[in-house]
Design a protein around this ligand. Sequence first.
Ligand code: S3P
Length: 172
Amino acid sequence: MNATHIYLVGFMGAGKTSVGQRLAQLLGWTFIDLDTGIAEREGVSIREIFNRRGEPYFRDVERAELAKVSRRENAVVALGGGAFCTDENQSIVKSTGISVWLDVPMELLQARCAGDVKRPLFTTREEMESLYRRRLPHYQKADIHIDIGNLTVDAAAEEIRQRLLHDKVLRA
Ligand code: S3P
């Protein structure tokens, strides 16, 4: 198989953007951060979109942006933490590429995101745990599952590349 998109999925703080940038470098592909595209499209930050228009509006724009990037070629795409959690978005991802779940333990995600003002949905520990539990069944539907644990960005990107080669998603 010769995939043209690698979609990185996982919870906030999983490292989708930093690992995605490195993976794109390793593959010589374009890197696309879905949230960056959304913020550019709207002309304001993700937090502002949530504050001014609310989450349902954000999800509409997120879906439109995903449909747009799915038409690009040879791209590593970092999805926001909620982007892989609807049937419609999953079917765009499934029909245009391979999804890779960056699985990071909840304690580590908490430690990384605590106090982060850029993430409107990152609130209390209890709410995060409940959101994480609701999202897990979606993340588990990704094609490839990578246990990220405490891997460095470079090691995580290399691990994904090896899996893609092993699974013949990429040609050596
Ligand atoms: C969200 C995660 C964020 C961003 C938005 C909503 C979520 O992306 O898309 O704040 O629903 O989990 P990151 O996963 O990159 O933080």
